[in-house]
Design a protein. Structure first.
Length: 375
């Protein structure tokens, strides 16, 4: 007879939410899985939702962490309230999952089955329940989650490290702008030599100013096709992090990657570098300044990560892996990019009718901060 499977329950709702996200991410092989925080609720539960690649409908998980010490249970009233809220979700759900740390309860399981059939008969979403014993079975069946969770339990008393954006979340929304330049070459009858020559000089100066935004006194130009993201490595627990590095791997939606501040007034290298980015394979490394350890309850910022996205893509993933003397962890960050095309038209006069044509190119968009808001 096999011994029953047993894994320690998460000690708080944050850990349970992370476990659920990791577990169902592995089960459904879905990079689009997201969290929807509802910390104002009495029991601090969290929602997780995603769309599997083979299905266009949304799946939703209600994570219900229950404190064993105060004997919180999953009630029928609570289930009915959540089903009612799920009915208001748009677009309509395909499936609703209840994931809870509470142990199996035959009465609650029977109630869930009845509600599931009731919904199916009304052509509504399915309803399923995963109690802690069910979740343990899934953890054993999914090796990456098993290693992740067992490791997090073993190091819980010492380590808890997180890499986030400077909004302290695992995702960030960015707007980038590209210039859709149309050059129209129009015929103009040649003028006397002296006028034509002066016109050429003025046109050359204008082209220099357009092509090189830092030319002349107009130095406050900003390249809006590149964007800067700042990352924070946060040591949240009670043991310092020593001899560590963070390896980054950017998704192929990145067109260019650099550790220089291209989005500022002037490009400049940081003297004491802690960020190393490699444009060829879209990877990078974050290192501690002067190889110093990261002490408990402290964080370190990495502020010189600049990229230009592919214009036809709107989502970028950054896989990261921390390696250190005693502790390793990996996860991913998400950048939601909204691209904007700014139409610009340039009229170029030519004296040869054979040169009359029209060209359209996508280029970097430069914005002068003295101008009006581009939005």
């Amino acid at each position: 007879m096999k011994a029953p499977k047993k894994i320690q329950k998460p000690e708080n709702w944050q850990d349970f939410e992370s476990l659920c996200k990791k577990l169902w991410w592995e089960i459904w092989k879905c990079d689009e899985i997201k969290k929807n925080w509802r910390q104002w609720q009495k029991q601090n539960w969290v929602d997780i939702y995603w769309t599997p690649k083979w299905n266009k409908a949304y799946y939703w998980i209600q994570c219900k962490w229950k404190d064993d010490y105060i004997n919180w249970t999953l009630t029928k009233k609570e289930i009915n309230e959540e089903i009612k809220k799920a009915n208001e979700f748009r677009p309509k759900l395909k499936k609703l999952y209840f994931a809870t740390t509470w142990n199996k309860d035959v009465n609650i399981e029977e109630f869930i089955r009845e509600k599931n059939l009731e919904n199916i008969n009304q052509w509504l979403f399915e309803i399923h329940l995963f109690s802690w014993e069910d979740i343990v079975d899934l953890i054993y069946e999914n090796l990456n989650t098993f290693r992740y969770y067992i490791e997090s339990i073993n190091f819980k008393d010492e380590y808890d490290v997180e890499l986030v954006f400077d909004n302290w979340l695992e995702f960030i929304d960015l707007d980038v702008y590209f210039s859709q330049k149309t050059k129209k070459y129009v015929y103009k009858k040649p003028l006397p030599w002296i006028y034509w020559n002066n016109s050429l000089i003025l046109q050359t100066l204008k082209n220099l100013h357009t092509t090189h935004p830092y030319f002349w006194w107009e130095y406050k130009w900003k390249n809006m096709s590149w964007w800067n993201v700042n990352l924070i490595l946060d040591n949240k627990w009670n043991k310092q992090l020593e001899n560590y590095k963070v390896y980054l791997s950017f998704s192929w939606n990145i067109k260019n990657l650099d550790e220089e501040t291209w989005v500022g007034y002037l490009a400049m290298n940081v003297k004491n570098r802690t960020v190393f980015l490699y444009n060829d394979d879209k990877t990078g490394t974050l290192k501690p300044l002067w190889n110093k350890p990261l002490v408990p309850k402290d964080s370190y910022s990495y502020n010189n990560i600049d990229f230009k996205p592919q214009i036809e893509w709107w989502k970028i993933y950054i896989d990261w892996e921390l390696v250190s003397s005693y502790y390793n962890i990996k996860w991913k960050l998400e950048v939601n990019v909204t691209t904007h095309l700014i139409n610009e038209e340039e009229i170029i006069e030519v004296v040869d009718k054979d040169e009359v044509k029209q060209e359209t190119n996508i280029e970097n968009f430069y914005y002068n901060e003295k101008d009006e808001d581009i939005s």
